[in-house]
Design a binder for this molecule. Structure first.
Ligand code: SAM
Length: 169
């Protein structure tokens, strides 16, 4: 019985993906600034068109680095605002330390890949990277905005993958 109730709660969770682009994550409401990608809602993450405390989860992959530092902090504050109490944020960004090292140590295609990950691929007007993160930098910004229980997900070394919570009260 308890298992069934838990399953229902998971099914009903309201989940938002910011900067979903052309690889939207299944099960999320997709939000992006570009009108030519299949987002559910078009807008700017620096001013989210949602009520306070609306979402159980906010997810964002390879988006935050597309904003200058102060704008990224604004977007993080917006993600915090629209999350419910005890809601979860999950962020994935390129790990700047990994790509700096790759740039210094490699040649050819890998060096070019490092440049693309540091500065953006420039495939469309918003495809610039204005800032870089490792775990410490991103965790600090999340902490400043008010997030708690900040943990690094250890998966791929080239990416900084972090989960955190909005406090219950
Ligand atoms: C590199 S793509 C990532 C797409 C997808 N999340 C992925 O993992 O492949 C970055 C996305 O962020 C979006 N974006 C850039 N600036 C934005 C903003 N201010 N507000 C909302 N989305 C933005 C871009 O349009 C783009 O679709």
């Amino acid at each position: 019985m308890l298992g069934l109730r838990k399953k229902n709660r998971i099914r009903e969770a309201k989940k938002l993906e910011i900067g979903s682009g052309s690889k939207p994550k299944k099960g999320y409401i997709h939000f992006d600034v570009r009108s030519n990608v299949k987002a559910d809602i078009i807008g700017d993450a620096r001013q989210l068109p949602f009520e306070n405390l609306e979402y159980d989860e906010v997810y964002s992959r390879f988006f935050l680095e597309h904003l200058p530092r102060n704008d990224a902090k604004k977007a993080l504050s917006e993600m915090y605002r629209v999350l419910k109490l005890d809601g979860t944020i999950e962020l994935i960004v390129p790990n700047i330390a990994y790509f700096c090292k790759l740039f210094i140590e490699e040649k050819g295609q890998k060096k070019e890949w490092a440049l693309n990950k540091l500065y953006g691929f420039e495939n469309y007007p918003e495809d610039h990277h204005y800032f870089g993160y490792d775990y410490d930098v991103l965790a600090k910004y999340l902490h400043e905005v008010g997030f708690i229980d900040i943990i690094g997900v250890k998966d791929q070394e080239q990416y900084t993958h972090i989960k955190a919570k909005k406090p219950k009260l």
